[in-house]
Write a protein that binds this ligand. Sequence first.
Ligand SMILES: *[C@@H]1O[C@H](CO)[C@@H](O)[C@H](O)[C@H]1NC(C)=O
Ligand SMILES: *[C@@H]1O[C@H](CO)[C@@H](O)[C@H](O)[C@H]1NC(C)=O
Ligand SMILES: *[C@@H]1O[C@H](CO)[C@@H](O)[C@H](O)[C@H]1NC(C)=O
Ligand SMILES: *[C@@H]1O[C@H](CO)[C@@H](O)[C@H](O)[C@H]1NC(C)=O
Ligand SMILES: *[C@@H]1O[C@H](CO)[C@@H](O)[C@H](O)[C@H]1NC(C)=O
Ligand SMILES: *[C@@H]1O[C@H](CO)[C@@H](O)[C@H](O)[C@H]1NC(C)=O
Ligand SMILES: *[C@@H]1O[C@H](CO)[C@@H](O)[C@H](O)[C@H]1NC(C)=O
Ligand SMILES: *[C@@H]1O[C@H](CO)[C@@H](O)[C@H](O)[C@H]1NC(C)=O
Ligand SMILES: *[C@@H]1O[C@H](CO)[C@@H](O)[C@H](O)[C@H]1NC(C)=O
Ligand SMILES: *[C@@H]1O[C@H](CO)[C@@H](O)[C@H](O)[C@H]1NC(C)=O
Length: 734
Amino acid sequence: MVTDGAVSEILVYPTMFLSASCVFALTLSWLIVTNTNACPCNQKYKDISPSANVFESAVLPNETCCLPAVGNGYLATVVYSDTIYVNGVYNGRGGASHRARIPSTAAIQVSLPSNVSVSKESYSLDLENGTFHRKVTTKEALIEQRLYAHQELSYILVNQIIISRRGPTTDPIILKLVNNTGINSKDINFKNTAPDEGTRMMYGNTVESETSTSSTISVAVNWTIIPDSITLPSNQDSKTWTFITAIGPNRMIAVASHMHATQMALEGILYSNHCRAWQDKWLHGQIEVDDITLSKAIHGSMYYILSSLPSLNYDVQTTPYHFYGLSPGGLAHGRIATDYQGHVFWDQETWMYPTMLLFHPKLGRAMLESRTYHLDAAKELAKSRGYQGAEYPWEMAYTGAEVCPAEIYSLQEIHINGDISFAVQQYLHVLRDVDFLKNRRGYEMISELAKYWESRVEFNNASGYYEIKGVKPPDEYHSNVNNSVYTNSVAQVSLLLPAYAGKFINVTAPPAWTEIADKLLILYNTTHEYHPEYEGYEIGTTVKQADSILLGFPLNVKMDNVSRYNDLQTYQPVTDPNGPAMSWSMFSIGYGEVQQPDKQREMFLRNFKNIQQPFRVWTETASGHGAVNFITGMGGFLQSVLFGYGGFRILPDHLLFNFDLPKGTTKFEVRGLDYLGSEIDFIATEKTVLVTLTDQQQGAAKLQMETAQGTVYDLVKGKPVLINRISWALIKEV
Ligand SMILES: *[C@@H]1O[C@H](CO)[C@@H](O)[C@H](O)[C@H]1NC(C)=O
Ligand SMILES: *[C@@H]1O[C@H](CO)[C@@H](O)[C@H](O)[C@H]1NC(C)=O
Ligand SMILES: *[C@@H]1O[C@H](CO)[C@@H](O)[C@H](O)[C@H]1NC(C)=O
Ligand SMILES: *[C@@H]1O[C@H](CO)[C@@H](O)[C@H](O)[C@H]1NC(C)=O
Ligand SMILES: *[C@@H]1O[C@H](CO)[C@@H](O)[C@H](O)[C@H]1NC(C)=O
Ligand SMILES: *[C@@H]1O[C@H](CO)[C@@H](O)[C@H](O)[C@H]1NC(C)=O
Ligand SMILES: *[C@@H]1O[C@H](CO)[C@@H](O)[C@H](O)[C@H]1NC(C)=O
Ligand SMILES: *[C@@H]1O[C@H](CO)[C@@H](O)[C@H](O)[C@H]1NC(C)=O
Ligand SMILES: *[C@@H]1O[C@H](CO)[C@@H](O)[C@H](O)[C@H]1NC(C)=O
Ligand SMILES: *[C@@H]1O[C@H](CO)[C@@H](O)[C@H](O)[C@H]1NC(C)=O
């Protein structure tokens, strides 16, 4: 049996946790270090499905780190594990805040008697329909199990078991069911109510609040009783059992959701509805290539990130729950001392967000709103540290207070405050959403962030530059450095953003912010023509992960080709090969920019080392250590596809693209990309790119496409335009 929460007493904690963004051991000294093993999936298992949308194994891995998850942004679970997690439900004070374990009422296994001979068995993840399947064929029957987190009913997890008779016997078929509820939760004080109508209910509050002034969190679970066995009667050929788990913030919502799902199951539309919602999602955002390994890596990355995000109809003003943001391990991971405890880092904005923004701007907004929601907490944090404006914590969970267990990160890794602004900037380029700025605290947030930087910089009289001292850059192997080139660059974006965004809502930003931005020190070494990571950086010093090279992409800092190339060549050899996955995607994009296709590909292929068979779960490091399921790495990987090989750039007045075909492919399709209220499909082949505007919102901007050769086309719904693939083209408002 797979255990997750059940081991939470004997904390499993890899000592080789080099890449942890927060070294838990620093403050949680009571941790018992027991596990130094890497996730072994690639040595033991194999995906045997020929489909780009299915990951399949003949055996069920018994290591949790190899197993896939199902989720819908509100709830998620690793299949067959003893734990369900709910978005925003954390237990523990301060740095101990971690996802609260809900004993799983959805981990049901059909147990086959030992004298039954199985002729075929498979475990598969169907990405197209967001469903995990087990299929068993015996002499007497076909047994199928589906597990899915419902895409339309956020509070619902479903198990369906279907027994279909095969062969001549008419004997009743009896199958034993076992569950994997695990031990009681140590995170939530659950009480049980009396069973009712074939269901049970547990409800309670988390044990300890995140801060001394915040409240504990209430959760209620209503689930269909799991019998010891199920029987297909002798007079029946086939039967479906539906086991529904409904989880909500209170008993009323859990009961109402359970009832709603039960009704849909009775009408036979529970599963088909769920499938349709996923299919709709794919229709409005997917990347297809004609290389099966690459395709699977892309589809898997999209699936895992999307299953930690709300459904497409999520709207912060009408959806009854609040989305608390993406964590590096996704929603199905985050117990204490592992997988970053479910906290939200810059990983959300810098790594997962850009691709999601272009495919599903609403989900992009949901991520930004996970920040605006905690704006008051960020203002508090700035104040408590003697700064103005808003300072976001390095790690955020339920309250928006700092929950990073190690102070050096929380005090110094302040680039997060620029990362959030940069995400807003991209959002405005793609959507020009005035409502977000005006009515959803968007403008207020970016102003408060600029105000923070204004109070954080120091003016150097001797040089005439503003400086930022005492920071930890993205390369976390260094602390207390001055003028981190990435931090200062992203702070500059943050200081300039209010003036730009203000134009959409007729607000004038204080001119001081622009002045500071213009005089903010951005280090550059004129001898070696590259960007030193921080003041005093010596060429050859090992770095943990992509840092200075982020200036070229994603920040689009203006520089010549030589500097871009030198940055890549300086840092690539000294980037820790055992650092977190996402670095290589940024090197890949960079080498693409300076036209080094072999290096671009070499860096691109490094991503694949982090992908674990058979379900393509990612580990944080190539050696199989660190957080699983590392959706940060997937976010980087998807960027190296879309912004790397696709050449997309989100710029103030246009969307640029420049397709290159990854080696081994002859067709590269980007479907459902959103730009200024229009949806666009791109199909790149050896010589051409076919661009089709497929849908346009009412009142959306009229769009034109312009090629490098200067040819201009109107983009009109349903009228495909074919252009040469040899160089870039752009799409802009007429
Ligand atoms: C996992 O399963 C394999 C074969 O099914 C077994 O040999 C091994 O001992 C199991 N490992 C654990 C940790 O249960
Ligand atoms: C799982 O089975 C055990 C033992 O039969 C039982 O005590 C427990 O209540 C079951 N859990 C669920 C969720 O039905
Ligand atoms: C398996 O064994 C059980 C008793 O242990 C018996 O009732 C059943 O008929 C057997 N099934 C087969 C397929 O032999
Ligand atoms: C998804 O479900 C549909 C039926 O709703 C089915 O036709 C399709 O094959 C499924 N997709 C995969 C990848 O299994
Ligand atoms: C669970 O929900 C159902 C609605 O489907 C309701 O009838 C039942 O009373 C609830 N169970 C409990 C124990 O509250
Ligand atoms: C910086 O220079 C200005 C004018 O040149 C002066 O008024 C100010 O005192 C100086 N500040 C420091 C800290 O030296
Ligand atoms: C950073 O600046 C501080 C304050 O000016 C100074 O004391 C420190 O030596 C500088 N650190 C480095 C590494 O240059
Ligand atoms: C800003 O001002 C212009 C001109 O005064 C007006 O047309 C526009 O509607 C205003 N925009 C907003 C968002 O208030
Ligand atoms: C450039 O870097 C080299 C090597 O680290 C250093 O010796 C030199 O002083 C730097 N030059 C400038 C202008 O910063
Ligand atoms: C950029 O520099 C690289 C390395 O020197 C070179 O191969 C490439 O052709 C240059 N690209 C452009 C656009 O100048």
